[in-house]
Design a protein. Structure first.
Ligand SMILES: [Zn+2]
Length: 100
């Protein structure tokens, strides 16, 4: 599935998939699901979990500065608090549909 368009509308990320399906994800949900190593933790070769210090999130943490498409498979989000390490793969974004 390819992404045809994406933009921030209010406090939501609006995605348009090729084929015309639209999807909205709350920015707060997106930031809380940031897939980068410092937000999710990283397991080293010994199986130990490494996690960065819990960043203090503030209002700017849930606001988007820029969106970049990465290699046709992911979206990189530049948050206004300066965080941009997370790559949201299209798979991940599609999994963030409401389940009900
Ligand atoms: Zn992160």
């Amino acid at each position: 599935m390819q992404l045809a368009d994406l933009q921030v509308i209010g406090d939501q990320l609006a995605l348009k998939w090729q084929g015309g399906e639209e999807q909205f994800i709350a920015l707060e949900q997106l930031r809380n699901a940031c897939p980068c190593a410092s937000c999710c933790g990283e397991v080293d070769v010994m199986g130990r979990m490494h996690k960065g210090p819990d960043a203090t999130l503030n209002e700017a943490s849930y606001q988007v500065n820029q969106l970049h498409m990465v290699g046709g498979y992911a979206v990189q989000i530049f948050w206004k608090d300066g965080h941009s390490a997370g790559l949201y793969s299209f798979d991940l974004l599609q999994q963030m549909r409401p389940s009900n």
